[in-house]
Write a protein that binds this ligand. Sequence first.
Ligand SMILES: CCCCC/C=C\C=C\C(=O)SCCNC(=O)CCNC(=O)[C@H](O)C(C)(C)COP(=O)(O)OP(=O)(O)OC[C@H]1O[C@@H](n2cnc3c(N)ncnc32)[C@H](O)[C@@H]1OP(=O)(O)O
Ligand SMILES: NC(=O)C1=CN([C@@H]2O[C@H](COP(=O)(O)OP(=O)(O)OC[C@H]3O[C@@H](n4cnc5c(N)ncnc54)[C@H](OP(=O)(O)O)[C@@H]3O)[C@@H](O)[C@H]2O)C=CC1
Length: 378
Amino acid sequence: MNFDLSHEKLFTYLLILCSIIISFGGVVRTHKTTYRACAVGRLNMAAAAAVVFRRNLFPLKLGQKACALHSSCALRDADPLPQASFFPPNDATMLPPGSFSDKVAFVTGGGTGLGRAMTQGLSQLGATCVIASRKLEVLQKTAEEITAQTGNKVFPVACDVRDPAAVAQCLDQMEKLTGLPDVVINNAAGNFVSPSEKLSPNGWKTIVDIVLNGTAFVTLELGKRLIRQDKGASFLAITTIYAESGSGFVVPSASAKAGVEALYKSLAAEWGRYGLRFNIIQPGPIRTKGAFSRLDPTGAFEKSMIGRIPVGRLGTPNEIKNLALYMSSHYATWMSGAVVRLDGGEYVSMAGEFNDLRKVSKQQWDLIEAMIRQTKGS
Ligand SMILES: CCCCC/C=C\C=C\C(=O)SCCNC(=O)CCNC(=O)[C@H](O)C(C)(C)COP(=O)(O)OP(=O)(O)OC[C@H]1O[C@@H](n2cnc3c(N)ncnc32)[C@H](O)[C@@H]1OP(=O)(O)O
Ligand SMILES: NC(=O)C1=CN([C@@H]2O[C@H](COP(=O)(O)OP(=O)(O)OC[C@H]3O[C@@H](n4cnc5c(N)ncnc54)[C@H](OP(=O)(O)O)[C@@H]3O)[C@@H](O)[C@H]2O)C=CC1
């Protein structure tokens, strides 16, 4: 038998062996310690597996840092490109103070990530906010923190948007707490990367139910109530740049987000007569725990993602916040049916046939130009 034990492989086998020893070591201790030690062991196993996975996918050059698990911070965030220094994010809130005074805002998925940033901005500018998602404890913590920071009340309401009865109950609760909203942000989503041949019917259904049906249940139920009360409002949906292009490996999300865009553009046309306007933001990649833990769990793709963004960096939650606040505000009352892409140029950079020519050096260009000039008259 031929054992090919290179340093790389030896290191990996040693790592796995250590993990097994750590997790086994815990088993012979007390009941409570057993659990903890096994968790550490599992983490090490996962770290080892991630190292193997990542190195196989993108063999590291000598001197590059090897990181294993994204969520455990073992994996370093990828650096921005040099040109990013021309485009620093400005996280300050853009609209004047009081822009949402006396307004009520309803944000789905408002407890985390982009939803939290948008809620914080609305609250800072005077809105009373209601945030809704499945995990009440997460919502409560966010609500307390933002209320303490801005002095404006944020109400947490538990709601699984996949269930139309739960959505109706949540809106009943909201009506009692604040009345119907002036601003609605459909931000809740579910997603994971998976080869489509591995998707179960329930995997497909779960994503489509959260993203498309959830948005539709919230939007239709709120729309009907607003129309009955003759109250105007701004609706905003957060989709993604691949809602337009489609994307492999996130097919349920791409399909559902495309559906959300069709829903919002259609209602913009139909319900303007009731004082309701509908707009869409398509964000490019922004580091949030929810997105990156499910779409780039090993951290292997972040560098290449940044590499194709002309601005040279990821977006920030506050950049989405500022755009969302403008689109939801009284400064944007002429905006309806709009789809705004905010992605540092990633979409067009991926779309252009010849954009890879960015990698051609000056010397190579001289050669290419000479070759093309030689064709004159041929
Ligand atoms: C780095 C990239 C940057 C660019 C980003 C661009 C766009 C981003 C779009 C986003 O939407 S990011 C937001 C992501 N945030 C979330 O997803 C938060 C909420 N997510 C969740 O709660 C869960 O991840 C989930 C799975 C969506 C829903 O949870 P739950 O209702 O508890 O479902 P189950 O765990 O019961 O699973 C249901 C069904 O799905 C199958 N499944 C789950 N994970 C996977 C997977 N990784 N691969 C394949 N299949 C999966 C699971 O097995 C169940 O199916 P069964 O047939 O087994 O019942
Ligand atoms: N971050 C990124 O790079 C990008 C994000 N987006 C979009 O931005 C939005 C926010 O994503 P992001 O902040 O990154 O990720 P998060 O995972 O932090 O946000 C998703 C939110 O949706 C809520 N949610 C999930 N399922 C349900 C459900 N069944 N009912 C109610 N709420 C639910 C979650 O709360 P809970 O678990 O409590 O239910 C969570 O707060 C999403 O629409 C996403 O598609 C688009 C492009 C890029």
